[in-house]
Structure formats: structure tokens, C-alpha cells
Design a binder for this molecule. Sequence first.
Ligand code: SAH
Ligand code: SF4
Length: 414
Amino acid sequence: MQVPSQEAALRAPSQPRPVAMPVKPSLVGMTRQELRDSLAALDIPERELRMRVGQLWHWIYLRGARDFDVMTTIGKGLRARLADAYTLARPEVVTEQVSRDGTRKWLMRMPSTGPFDKGAEIECVYIPEVDRGTLCVSSQVGCTLNCSFCHTGTQKLVRNLTSAEIVAQVMVARDRLGDWPDESPPEGAFVPSDGGRFVTNIVLMGMGEPLYNFDNVKAAMDVVCDNEGLGIGRRRITLSTSGVVPMIARAGEEIGCMLAISLHAVRDDLRDVLVPLNKKYPIAELLEACRTYPGVSNAKRITFEYVMLKGVNDSEADARALVRLLKGIPAKINLIPFNPWPGTEYECSDWETIERFSQIVFDAGYASPVRTPRGRDILAACGQLKSETEKLRARARMMLESGIGAEGMFSAAE
Ligand code: SAH
Ligand code: SF4
């Protein structure tokens, strides 16, 4: 006899099935076109739409409005109709962790899409410096690409984020940092002190492969760059890809952002293992796409990310081969100390090895900053993101206890 599962028992035929409650959509994160469609759905006359979109845009993206009541340029009647049909809700912040170095990591839950969906969870990391604040934004929940050294690639659930969900990460960051007119940062928070905005730069280096979610990433960056709103310059946005060659030129043409390539190896046989996408798009094709990246120049160089894995890709011969490989490409090389995560087979290279590697790259005429690991104590560093709240807490504790979270182990500046 089959024993009914608990869920089936809960939904026995005599019981009413759970009904999806109509969820009011949030306007936050929407593009101009989406706002226009949302207004048109309220039967706002065609001739008013442009002006109304402009008003909403101003309140949402310039003023950070969290309530329709503050939108004083919009009449009371329309404000009430908007509030009936829509919200200004942001993704829920499930946890906020603040590292000893000021880095903040938010675990955000996206609104549920139905009765059995508890809402996708993603992570977003804020890295403050004296004169800039960089937000590391996710483009997907999880990642399909399974790079062998990356924690995110081990996450099972994968879906694309919508453009609104990508923009909403910036909105949440500015909310939590008090980065709106007439607001101030939380007591004791580390934010840039140069009098400018707290979120000045965006790196698409969180969870996911941004070029596998191109349309949503592009639409989101259009919102984020809009000068009448969030106003982040395109050159302050860096898109990092593991090498989706056919989409690289479009990133330059249509997003106009800076490009970072996760190279990590100088030989195809090794890169096939570290970044399995290499089997599809090998190093030579990847570098050709970089040579012809729209707008690439000495002023707009491509960043090559190279994770330092002990005994795997960190020899002096590797360093020399790297320099040869990048000849002729306006490039910066960013050496990333491997950030360990429980269960990984890799170790970070020794500091002396990283220094030797860096020196060879530097002697060849490249700036070779070693990326200072930030937020290691809260598992916020590159490749440590994986949004399973409970496991994450347990792992963070484990890592702290085993001393892996000793940030400041590497001291080079970017
Ligand atoms: N999917 C994109 C962007 C997200 S990953 C990409 O792969 O480029 C952002 C960067 O973190 C990439 O360079 C990635 O290779 C690197 N990374 C992943 N796991 C890491 C780890 N455990 N330690 C250090 N860097 C890591
Ligand atoms: Fe995906 Fe980038 Fe991680 Fe590779 S390194 S698994 S592409 S997030």
C-alpha cells in the first residue's frame, strides 16, 4: 500500500486546494517600458504616459521612495490607484552580515512566484573603500557552469534573475546603506567618505554567468545607468564572464560596460578542467573576442582574472605563458587568491608564490594587483557565494573556527 506523503495528505480531495493569492507587482526595478505598461494597465491616457513614467522614475530611482504617499508631484487620486494595484516592495533581506573589514553581504529572497515557491534566494556583496563603493551583483540563482573551484557552481537550483531582480539588488543596497537624499548610513558603517554616492561601481561577479542571461542583464544595466535615476556610469560597470564567446561583442556594443574575463589557466587542457566551458570556447577563440571587444583601448582595458590555485596554475612558467598569451591585448591582470570553501579540493597558493607570479607579470609591463580578499569571515569573497541560508551559517561558522576567515592574510592593494 502506498502511504500518502505529507503534502498529499494536506491536499486530500476533501480539502480545498491552496489558491494562489494574486500578488501585487512591485514597480521597483522596472524599466521605463515596464512602468509604461503598468500605467497603461490602469487606463492612464496615452498622452499622459510619458510624463507619468518620468514622475515614477524620479521617485523610485532618484529619491528611493518606499511609499506612494511621498510622491507629491502625483495627484492623490492616482497615488491611491497605484497603491491599489502595485507596491514599491524590495526583495526581502533574509540576513545581513557585516565583515570586520566593512564588507556587507545580504541574502535576499525574491518574491514568491506561486503557492509552493518560497522565493529564490540570492546574494549580493557590498565592498566599501574610501573613494568608492562596489556592489557585486548576481545575475542568476546559482550557475550552470560548474567551474571546479567555484562554490556557486555547486548549487543545484538555477534560474535566470529578471531584470527587475537585478536592479532591485542595487535598490536594497542603497536602502540598507541609507544612500538616498535625506538619509544617512547606519551607525558605524564603513562607506566612502568623499562626499559622493555610496554605491559607485557595479561588478557583475556575484552568482551566475551574466552572458547566459544577456537580455535581463542588459535591461537592468540600462535602468542602473540612467542619468535621471541611479546614474551609475557604464564604465563603472564591469561584467565578468567565464568566456561565453558569441555574446562578448554584444556586451560591448549593447551594454557598453567594462569586461572581465575569468581566464585562470594558460593551457586548454587545464582550463578545460577549471572552467569546463573552455571545451566549447577554447582560449584562442576567447582571446580573439577580447582583441575585437568593442571600444577596447589602453584607456578601456580588459581585466583578466586569474585565481591562484596551489600547485595547479601558479608556476613561474604559467606566469610567463600568461604574459605571452595576452600580448597585444590592452589588459589588466587581476590575481585572485583562491577563496576556499568547505569540501573543495583546491588550496590557495602560498603568498611567496603569488608574489613571484605577480612580479613576472609586473615586469612584463602589466599592473598585476592581487585582489585583497574582502569579507572572508562572512563567506562574501569571490566564488564563496551560495545561497542556502542554513548551510551557509554552518559553513561560515566552520570556516571561522578553522581560521580560514583570517582576512588580511594578503595585503596587496588593487
Ligand atoms: N560567472 C562569472 C561571474 C561570477 S564569478 C565568471 O565566472 O566570470 C566572479 C569571479 O570569481 C570569477 O572570476 C570567478 O572565476 C571567481 N571565483 C569563483 N570561485 C572563486 C574562488 N573560490 N576563489 C576565488 N575566486 C573565485
Ligand atoms: Fe559560474 Fe562563474 Fe562560478 Fe564558473 S566561476 S561556476 S561561471 S559563477
